[in-house]
Ligand binder design. Structure first.
Ligand code: CU
Length: 478
């Protein structure tokens, strides 16, 4: 760890530069009054959909370098109210990092909070010591760098805290951001790729606010079990913001960034859209759908076609809770045209499994377990051999929903509840899979490239209240 001067003049200056150079549809601080009042904290200061700043790296002797400061901040969710937040060089959430496959990168996080933190690259294929879990926590005033070579397909990943027992609260207060990986394949595809114009990041969350418009994170035992779902739904940190769309194909890179809420997404006019990517790669070909279910931490890229629909107004809607995430006005003439290809990529089947493992998700009274054990930072639960294909079956034994996330690599679903008819939009590379109450999934997984007998990766439920209360285990790759 490297000791840093706490909030030097230059780092303060850097914060304002970063938060002021966002996408052309508005920065995280760019909010104007408007909208209804769907939540508890006052009149939403919605206005235009904020687009996180796209942070391109600085080249330092061939290494692509990113500097990120984790800070206490205030954000305008409600008209005239400063809400206390945590953020990454912003007032809420953080910039989108743009990485390229093959790049040597160094992502340097500086902790300007008054509590320890760790920063995890969710979906990133990297060595265990660069994973940013509880084994790489860093104290207030210190920095930690994730240094590795990007070695995976184009996709939309994200960074967030992974601090032991504190992940849920730190994410809830606002620490998260997207990581976009591009490669030669994504370069060639005729996809919307003008960031903030026709390639739109969407971090979807829900929050509880008190009457003063402050974020409240005080889950009861019942809420830890059932999920800490707020009554205010937000997109990129704004309540029902408006996106002014070009009348063409628009790509949304959607992250369920909630703590524990499963979203069923669709458009208010019921229109069909096409999913083009799952968590860790493009789908082999686009999948037509009009509803998209995402559990916490899952990503989906979708393409919606507004060609010829100038003056149309609609909303991106959440159907489980009956909430509006984003109001969409098709109000701009297209500045370019794209035609979604029929074929996007080819995916590896990961071969035939030579080993199997079973994981049973359980728990009671707000304490959660995997195979009967709660997370213990001093216990390595599983040892996995490099280069061997395995099949893991994960069973949700409870009458509440869970999901299952593994670090280090992606997996491919082979069965849901014993049946091999996996939905077309789940046939891609995944790192997080939804497992509704009482259900089970089997996936094929193979560890590649990195071994470390001492430092483990983690697997866990990504409902953050469950993760923080024991539903996590550790594995090494040898
Ligand atoms: Cu869970």
């Amino acid at each position: 760890m490297e000791r840093r001067t706490f909030l030097t003049l230059s780092s303060v200056t850097a914060l304002y530069v970063l938060s002021g150079c966002g996408g052309s549809t508005g920065t995280m601080n760019d909010t104007t009054p408007g909208g209804e009042n769907p939540g508890g904290g006052g009149t939403p200061a919605a206005g235009t959909l904020p687009v996180p700043t796209l942070l391109k790296p600085t080249d330092r002797n061939g290494t692509q370098h990113y500097d990120l400061n984790i800070i206490e901040s205030t954000h305008t969710f409600f008209e005239g109210t400063d809400t206390q937040t945590y953020a990454v060089d912003s007032s809420y959430l953080g910039p989108t990092l743009l990485l390229r496959n093959g790049d040597k990168v160094s992502i340097n996080y500086t902790n300007m909070l008054n509590e320890k933190i760790s920063m995890h690259g969710h979906g990133m294929h990297l060595p265990a010591k660069m994973d940013g879990t509880a084994h790489q926590e860093f104290l207030p005033g210190y920095s930690w760098s994730a240094e590795y070579t990007v070695k995976q397909k184009a996709c939309t990943n994200w960074y967030h805290p992974h601090t032991l027992h504190k992940t849920a609260e730190q994410v809830y207060k606002g620490i998260a951001g997207l990581i976009i990986i591009e490669d030669s394949e994504s370069d060639r595809l005729d996809l919307p790729k003008r960031y903030g114009e026709d390639d739109i990041p969407l971090v979807l969350q829900d929050r509880k606010f008190n009457a003063d418009g402050q974020i409240v994170y005080t889950p009861s035992r019942q809420e830890i079990m059932r999920g800490y779902t707020g009554d205010t739904f937000i997109a990129n940190g704004a309540i029902e913001p408006t996106f002014e769309a070009e009348a063409k194909e628009i790509r949304f890179r959607i992250l369920n960034g909630s703590n524990s809420t499963v979203y069923e997404l669709g458009f208010s006019d019921g229109r069909t859209f096409r999913q083009i990517a799952t968590d860790n790669a493009f789908l082999e070909s686009p999948v037509r759908m009009n509803r998209l279910v995402l559990s916490p931490a899952e990503r989906a890229e979708i393409v919606v076609d507004f060609t010829g629909e100038l003056n149309r107004a609609l909303t991106l809607h959440e159907f489980n809770y009956g909430k509006t995430f984003v109001k969409i006005n098709v109000s701009k003439n297209p500045a370019s045209s794209t035609v979604l290809p029929a074929q996007l990529t080819a995916l590896d089947t990961l071969g035939t499994a030579v080993n199997t493992r079973s994981f049973s998700l359980g728990g009671r009274m707000g304490n959660f377990t995997i195979n009967g054990r709660s997370m213990d930072i001093n216990v390595i639960n599983e040892t996995v051999s490099l280069g061997q294909t395995e099949e893991w079956t994960v069973t949700n034994t409870m009458n509440i929903d869970h999901n299952f996330h593994i670090h280090a690599t992606h997996f491919r679903l082979v069965k849901r509840n014993g049946r091999t008819n996996i939905a077309a939009n789940e046939q891609g590379y995944k790192d997080t899979v939804y497992i509704p109450a009482g259900e089970n999934v089997t996936f094929r997984v193979k560890m590649t490239d990195y071994t470390d007998a001492a430092i483990p990766y983690m697997y866990h439920c990504h409902f953050l209240e469950h993760e923080d209360n024991g539903m996590m285990g550790q594995f090494t790759v040898v």
